[in-house]
Design a protein around this ligand. Structure first.
Ligand SMILES: O=C(CO)[C@@H](O)[C@H](O)[C@H](O)[C@H](O)COP(=O)(O)O
Length: 229
């Protein structure tokens, strides 16, 4: 399972990079807007440095296939050829994905709300397909069924495409996406905070610590070793 962070906040990335088995960082124009006006390419270069070999996904905004290809070229000129170009799966987007893949560019096909969009992006050779879990649920679209169907299609065609499930508002949605066969998920730092924020986890850790200290009278294993020397 690959875990990615759906943020470009440097502090959050630095923090979670040291904790998570992090496979990548994803972004889109709305995520960029949250950081206010940044020096775009300098900011992404800093993220690249922070995350090392993990992948960085940057979205195009062009509306025609030509504009999308031009956006992709500028992004790669600044950030390198190992970047993943995020392209929404609409008509010009799919046309651009075919051309980008013909040139060997890394592509994340995004804004997927339907099975058919996913099948087309897989057939066009996208490296990742990103179904929008919570947004689908809000539209009464069965996100579970769509992820399952895409996973079956990838298996059936022995495709190299991976499902990068996105748009999560809680941990239960992430769990469902994983169960249905998503290869990767991208989630905001809030979701990872929810995972570790369970009061029961905190309680278990403090109870264990208390019992240890009551048994040995020192704070940890290192202190015990030192006390015995
Ligand atoms: O598509 C990817 C990754 O490929 C994500 O960055 C994706 O754009 C975001 O998860 C969604 O747009 C966020 O959705 P939401 O939180 O606005 O519902």
């Amino acid at each position: 399972m690959e875990f990615m962070l759906d943020t470009i906040n440097i502090e959050k990335i630095r923090y979670y990079q040291s904790i998570l088995p992090l496979s990548g960082v994803t972004s889109n124009p709305s995520i960029i807007k949250k950081e206010r006006k940044i020096d775009l390419f300098a900011h992404f270069k800093e993220i690249k440095q922070l995350i090392g070999k993990a992948s960085l996904h940057v979205q195009v905004v062009g509306e025609t296939a030509e504009e999308i290809l031009a956006d992709a070229q500028v992004i790669m000129d600044h950030l390198g050829k190992d970047i993943f170009i995020k392209v929404p799966v609409n008509e010009p987007g799919l046309a651009a994905i075919k051309q980008l893949k013909a040139k060997g560019v890394n592509v994340t096909a995004t804004a997927i709300y339907s099975e058919m969009q996913g099948y087309l992006a897989i057939a066009a050779g996208a490296d990742y397909v990103a179904p929008y879990y919570n947004r689908m649920e809000n539209l009464n679209i069965d996100a579970v069924a769509i992820i399952k169907a895409l996973a079956m299609e990838i298996e059936r065609t022995q495709s190299q495409t991976k499902i990068l499930a996105a748009s999560f508002k809680n941990v239960a949605q992430v769990n469902q996406a994983c169960r249905q066969g998503a290869h990767s998920i991208t989630a905001s730092p809030d979701i990872f905070a929810q995972v570790f924020g369970m009061p029961s986890i905190h309680r278990a850790v403090t109870d264990f610590k208390k019992d240890w200290e009551e048994t040995f009278g020192v704070k940890d294993v290192k202190a015990l070793e030192e006390s015995e020397q």
